[in-house]
Design a protein around this ligand. Structure first.
Ligand code: GAL
Length: 423
């Protein structure tokens, strides 16, 4: 999707034909009056996501009416389509002014390693940002001592969402272990309700669910070893986790392959399914549909992952080959500010990346997530680019497509072991 914000003209909208008495269009004076423009590239188009982005752009527009913002969002969860478009633009020497990229391997092993990003150390110094973000986030956006992007948020990946009314009617409590999950799921099934909403039209959602099972079954320390090569994917625990994952897939809606993450969340919102496992952008989706946490929907860490927090951070940086770096820095400054982050995150479902944001702007879920981020064991996300490089993520996503239909654990493990050679 391509759209312009702030009442400005879209990049691809044809210009109005000039009336005869209009001044000639190419007058040199017009050139001086030409608005600077800023193209923001992301995949935030759905409920909650787009609202967050537009709220951030509003803050920017207020401060910089002289800059035209072009919202170049490309639909598709987790960047399914946006990332391919970005690669071709970057390779073609046509980078957007700034683009959404996950902190971790996705930033560092792709764009930074390819020499496509400008270090932002001076920007961080000038804006006084060095002590405004948790060190874990600074590390995720740094390589070899240089900082390459600005985190706008922290999403939690390992969240189980449930329809409050369905749970209340059946007197159910949020499961905290896999055993409890399967008990709750059996009760739901007996009562004719789909236990787990799932939408793997885009394969990343399966990888997302799988990583939460790995985390829950292995624990944060062993889970972390998978990404450093210190634990092999053919370890017995990984195999057990894969079997649990396969069993969970027995409880999903039949039309899962036709749904994306929003469509799956919708099943829970409407009470047609009871639970789903999704990052807290699903909260942005629920809230965007007018639902309230604690009343309409509840949440818990995914089974056996209490005390652990899968960290996903969306960040924006400064590509090398752009002609408006100062304009981009104006945007990064707003994105890094308390005001910008507190406009964006309450709508997005995430918590602010800044340590000094205004907690009163966040509801009970947001406040709990802020506390958990500070006290839990943190882990990286595979599905969202921080745990491993893009090549590995793509191979896992591809293997998922077959696994979800065939549930052949041994074959899947073999594929993971082969793919891990790319780590
Ligand atoms: C993630 C991203 C989130 C959200 C989600 C669904 O990769 O970090 O901000 O957009 O995808 O699209």
């Amino acid at each position: 999707m391509l759209a312009a914000c702030g009442g400005n003209q879209t990049a691809d909208e044809p210009a109005e034909p000039a009336e005869n008495n209009d001044p000639p269009a190419e007058k040199p004076a017009d050139k001086e009056d030409e608005k600077a423009s800023l193209e923001i590239f992301s995949w935030w188009t759905g409920a909650g996501e787009e609202e967050g982005l537009l709220a951030l752009i509003d803050v920017f527009n207020e401060k910089h009416p002289e800059i035209e913002v072009i919202n170049a969002a490309v639909a598709g969860g987790a960047g399914t389509n946006a990332k391919a478009v970005l690669v071709s633009r970057m390779q073609g020497g046509d980078p957007p002014s700034t683009f959404q990229v996950h902190g971790g391997a996705e930033l560092n092993e792709s764009w930074v390693a390819a020499g496509k990003m400008t270090p932002l150390n001076d920007f961080f110094d000038a804006e006084g940002l060095n002590d405004k973000f948790p060190q874990e986030l600074i590390d995720l956006v740094s390589k070899d001592g240089n900082i390459y992007s600005v985190p706008v948020n922290i999403h939690r990946g390992n969240v189980l969402w449930y329809n409050q009314k369905v749970f209340d009617d059946l007197n159910l409590k949020a499961p905290t272990t896999f055993d409890e999950f399967f008990k709750v799921a059996d009760t739901l099934k007996k009562n004719g309700i789909t236990p787990l909403a799932f939408g793997d039209k885009e394969a990343w959602t399966a990888t997302h669910l799988y990583e939460t099972v790995l985390l829950g079954h292995l624990g944060a320390a062993e889970y972390g070893k998978l990404w450093t090569g210190d634990l092999s994917f053919d370890d017995a625990k990984v195999k057990e986790a894969t079997e649990i994952f396969a069993k969970m897939l027995d409880y999903v809606n039949e039309d899962h392959s036709a749904r994306n993450w929003q469509d799956a969340s919708q099943l829970v919102a409407d009470g047609e399914a009871a639970m789903n496992v999704m990052g807290d952008w699903a909260k942005g989706y629920f809230d965007g549909r007018g639902l309230k946490v604690g009343t309409d929907y509840g949440w818990a860490p995914t089974p056996s992952s209490g005390g652990m927090f899968v960290v996903i951070t969306d960040t924006f940086g400064l590509p090398n080959e752009i002609d408006n770096p100062e304009t981009v820095k104006e945007f990064l400054s707003v994105l890094a500010s308390v005001e910008g982050q507190d406009a964006f995150n309450p709508k997005k479902g995430s918590i602010p990346a800044r340590v000094d944001a205004d907690a009163s702007k966040y509801d009970e879920y947001g406040k709990a997530a802020m506390e958990d981020f500070k006290t839990n064991d943190l882990g990286p996300s595979l599905a969202h680019g921080s745990a491993a490089n893009e090549g590995f993520v793509t191979k896992v996503n591809d293997a998922m497509v077959m696994f979800v239909t065939q549930k052949n654990v041994d074959h899947f493990i073999e594929q993971l072991v082969a793919a891990a050679k790319e780590l």
